[in-house]
Design a protein around this ligand. Structure first.
Ligand code: C2E
Ligand code: MG
Ligand code: MG
Length: 589
């Protein structure tokens, strides 16, 4: 028996007639790896060890016949092709053999050309079959992978690889069913990251995504195998403890979540700190079904967020009433412009040395028919969430420009009026055009308008911002960065941005006289601003001590209750009267 070693196709010849075997072997030895045996039984033993591309077998041998052999060959070696050798006068048997699975037959006595042709065809067929099988296997593999992928997409969040809402709800439903039988409690935690929006706005969505991925890993570290953390999308995660013993377990988990989020996060370009707000509901106390448990944990989360973030709240029955109040507010805000419920208050901005009024800031107020005067802190966020800030912002801009024009007509000293612009307004395509149109309508010179933008709205798309601001600045409109120090300004952009002044956020001014860190920070801001030839305005100056400090730090202008609260029209007009322009007596402060 010759061994099968090289890559040549392998042929097994089975015949009890030695001459036949020799004839075939002589014919194929060179081109193929050949092997010969004298009986079907011996062939099966060889086939159990080795596989052959082609098996050529006699039909009539002592012992098992070629016909009986065919299915057994295929059982052992499915890719082998079988050729049967038949006597001329026994063609019916050969045909029957082919029905049983042989590929072809050759007739004795041999005609070399026929034999060679049959072998070639058979081997080709073998290749074809092998190729077909590979293709089929590959298809099956792909199909399995695809099914797994579809499952993954259907049940897992692609960004964080955590279970998604569907899988969470499924597991919660199971947990609730088990808890019901065992008389146990289940806790549902609705968790929202407080900073995601800010990170997205200032550092971009890629950074936001990175943050969410890192938060997901830390949240996972807070729970055991039997608990589920899932991502609900946006900045929201949900977490479930299926067997909670006491409310304290929930409090402990929240503490460990807060602790896990405590260390800073490292994003590509930035290190930052993040906190989360958490709302909690319990089965069965706060709901018997998945949907109500999730909804109620969500209502509790909303309250936690409203208290300023990094807080948690347990669901209480009156929470939805409070939430529906929000919708009422939204509805009435929609009509605020048409019903002439919006008005402006004005706060003077004064030069730090002379305390002479150098400008005014227009601050919007909402005169709600039932609630009275609502301050912007209470409705601007809602207006931003709902997009209502666009018409409201445009109204403010128009009203402020018209008013300023009117004062000029009345003979008051001409000065700039500052108008706050929201990030959303700023993202509008035609902000520069809108501003110019409004100025034209009001017949106000662009040099009498200043736009106040927050750091975050500038940084969210710094490149596009440069264009818009440059357009406005070349027309003469002044630009200031509001609440400076609370965002993540990139110094390199600050240098390139066409801005005129920085308004230092009141949180730094508040403790200025007592907190050396704040003093150092304001000092750094002032020197940075002066290097970039920007004016520095301190916001929220409430007392003489802060004013003295700010003079020491070489701040240029101030704004705050110490000079004047924002005043309604009549009040500010009194202040603007020529005799009053000097405020309080500069000589004595
Ligand atoms: P802002 O632009 O930083 O305005 C300064 C805020 O600080 C005003 O609050 C003002 O009343 C308050 N403030 C001024 N001096 C002092 C002080 O000495 N002490 C303290 N504690 N606070 C002082 P207000 O009017 O409630 O406005 C709050 C914020 O609402 C504004 O902050 C601004 O971001 C936003 N806002 C106001 N009007 C508009 C508007 O028309 N459009 C937009 N988009 N936002 C507005
Ligand atoms: Mg402002
Ligand atoms: Mg401010």
């Amino acid at each position: 028996m010759e061994s099968v070693t090289t890559n040549k196709p392998g042929i097994l010849v089975i015949d009890d007639d030695e001459h036949v075997r020799e004839f075939l072997l002589d014919l194929f030895r060179e081109a193929y790896n050949c092997c010969e045996v004298s009986s079907a039984e011996a062939a099966l033993m060889v086939l159990a060890q080795d596989s052959f591309d082609l098996v050529i077998s006699d039909i009539h041998m002592g012992g098992m016949s070629g016909l009986e052999l065919v299915p057994q060959v295929h059982a052992l070696s499915p890719d082998s092709i079988v050729l049967l050798v038949s006597e001329q006068d026994n063609i019916e048997t050969a045909i029957e053999a082919m029905r049983g699975g042989a590929f072809d037959y050759i007739l004795k006595p041999f005609d070399i050309r026929h034999v060679e042709a049959a072998v070639e065809r058979a081997l080709k067929q073998g290749l074809l079959l092998a190729e077909k099988r590979r293709y089929k296997d590959e298809l099956e593999r792909l199909l399995i992978e695809r099914t797994a992928e579809v499952d993954r997409l259907a049940y897992y969040d692609t960004l964080t690889s955590l279970p998604n809402r569907a899988l969470f709800e499924d597991r919660l439903t199971q947990a609730v069913a088990l808890a019901q039988r065992a008389d146990k409690r289940v806790a549902v935690f609705f968790i929202a990251l407080d900073q995601l929006k800010k990170v997205n706005d200032t550092l971009g969505h890629l950074a936001g995504d990175q943050l969410m991925q890192q938060v997901a890993v830390r949240l996972k570290g807070c729970v055991t195998e039997s608990d589920t953390v899932a991502r609900f999308g946006g900045d929201q995660f949900v977490l479930m403890l299926p067997e909670i013993k006491s409310t304290k377990d929930a409090v402990d988990l929240i503490a460990s979540i807060q602790e896990a989020l405590n260390p800073s996060f490292h994003l590509d370009r930035q290190e930052l700190f993040a906190t989360a707000s958490v709302g909690v509901s319990f089965y069965p106390d706060d709901g018997k079904e998945t949907s109500s448990l999730v909804k109620n944990a969500g209502a509790a989360l909303y309250r936690a967020k409203k208290s300023g973030g990094n807080e948690y709240r347990f669901y209480t029955a009156d929470m939805h009433a409070k939430t529906s109040k929000r919708f009422e507010l939204e509805t009435s805000l929609r009509h605020a412009i048409d019903n002439h419920e919006l008005l402006l208050h004005y706060q003077p901005r004064v030069a730090i040395d002379s305390l002479r009024i150098v400008g005014l800031e227009a601050l919007v107020r909402w005169k709600h028919p039932q609630l009275g005067l609502v301050s912007p802190g209470d409705f601007i966020p809602l207006a931003e969430e709902t997009g209502l800030i666009l018409p409201i912002g445009e109204w403010v801009l128009r009203a402020a420009c018209r008013q300023n024009r009117e004062w000029q007509d009345k003979g008051f000293a001409r000065m700039r009026i500052g108008v706050n612009i929201s990030a959303l307004q700023f993202q509008q395509q035609h902000l520069a055009e809108t501003v110019m149109r409004i100025l034209k309508e009001a017949e106000l010179g662009p040099e009498f308008l200043e736009l106040e933008l927050t750091e975050s709205s500038i940084m969210s798309n710094a490149e596009a911002t440069i264009d818009v601001l440059t357009k406005l600045q070349t027309k003469g409109v002044a630009i200031s960065v509001d609440d400076f120090g609370t965002g993540f300004s990139s110094l390199s952009y600050l240098k390139r941005l066409p801005i005129d002044s920085l308004k230092v956020d009141q949180s730094f001014v508040r403790e200025l006289a007592t907190d050396p860190d704040d003093a150092a920070l304001v000092m750094a801001i002032v020197s940075l601003a002066h290097t970039l030839r920007l004016r520095v305005v301190a916001e929220g100056v409430e007392n003489q001590e802060q004013l003295r400090f700010l003079r020491l730090l070489r701040c240029d202008e101030i704004q705050g209750y110490f000079i004047s609260k924002p005043l309604p029209l009549e009040g500010i007009e009194q202040l603007l009267a020529p005799t009053n322009l000097l405020l309080p007596d500069a000589e004595h402060v």
